[in-house]
Design a protein around this ligand. Structure first.
Ligand code: NI
Length: 259
């Protein structure tokens, strides 16, 4: 277990923040203790880019979908292209999809329609979903239940909800993923949730280039920094970092069916 490697279950490597040194960032992660990176799109263009990046790197997988911020862009044509893209063997899930009632960058009804349409698309493809939920916990949970979104598994990314909701989501087939905010000083609720969930349902991620964990806050985030999230989880659960790495990587491979 000494040599257990981590997987960053949610990174935006296609982001322009990595335009000048993407290969270097990937190399640093894979040489620094990661065995894989799941690269996640947020609109059609970034989804196409995630697939390109994943095709070029055996240890990178792609997730394609339209983020709630961009829900307006989910036209029938985009949906058809996502469906075709979703059939690619490098594409392990549909995401990130969901609801964001904090920034409200697309009208709420439009967000809901895009969320539902993409859950249905994932079910057709028999692939899991990666869900973004910000300040929309009840609505997200209702849609997940109504649409059987956990049928092929799924991940609640950068989880910010309550412990009871996390337990309900697990019953519905979901895994719960923690990012940099777990390391922040005001992370009381996330800490409580991370302390109690079954260890076979927890994932770690960076959501890079955003949400840089402590003690690196203030810098650009990158997949290698998932170590800090795992380290915090190890501290909370009083386990060795190697055990947390082993378990979260196993969970990530299971939910995304990565061999
Ligand atoms: Ni993200």
């Amino acid at each position: 277990m000494e040599e257990a490697l981590l997987i960053d279950s949610h990174a935006h490597l296609q982001d322009k923040a990595y335009r000048d040194d993407r290969d270097e960032v990937i190399r640093r992660a894979l040489e620094g203790g990661l065995e894989g990176i799941v690269c996640v799109g947020y609109d059609l263009e970034s989804s196409l880019e995630t697939v390109e990046i994943a095709r070029a790197h055996p240890k990178i997988s792609a997730v394609v979908g339209i983020h709630p911020h961009d829900a307006k862009t989910l036209t029938p044509d985009t949906q058809e292209r996502l469906y075709q893209l979703g059939r690619d063997p490098k594409v392990v899930a549909i995401g990130e999809i969901g609801l964001d009632f904090y920034r409200d960058l697309s009208p709420r009804e439009v967000q809901k329609e895009a969320f539902i349409a993409q859950i249905r698309l994932a079910r057709e493809l028999k692939k899991p979903v990666v869900i973004h939920d910000r300040d929309a916990h009840q609505e997200v949970l209702e849609i997940i239940k109504q649409e059987k979104a956990g049928e092929n598994g799924g991940v609640m990314h950068c989880y910010s909800g309550s412990l009871p909701m996390a337990i309900e989501l697990i019953k519905l087939g979901f895994h719960i993923s923690f990012a940099g905010p777990l390391t922040f000083k005001n992370a009381r609720r996330a800490l409580e949730v991370a302390a109690r969930l079954p260890l076979d349902r927890i994932l770690v991620e960076t959501d890079c280039p955003y949400l840089t964990p402590e003690p690196l806050r203030g810098r650009r985030n990158e997949p290698l920094h998932v170590r800090e999230v795992a380290r915090k989880l190890a501290e909370i659960r009083r386990r060795a970092l190697a055990e947390i790495a082993y378990l979260t990587s196993k969970n990530t491979r299971e939910v995304f069916r990565i061999s």
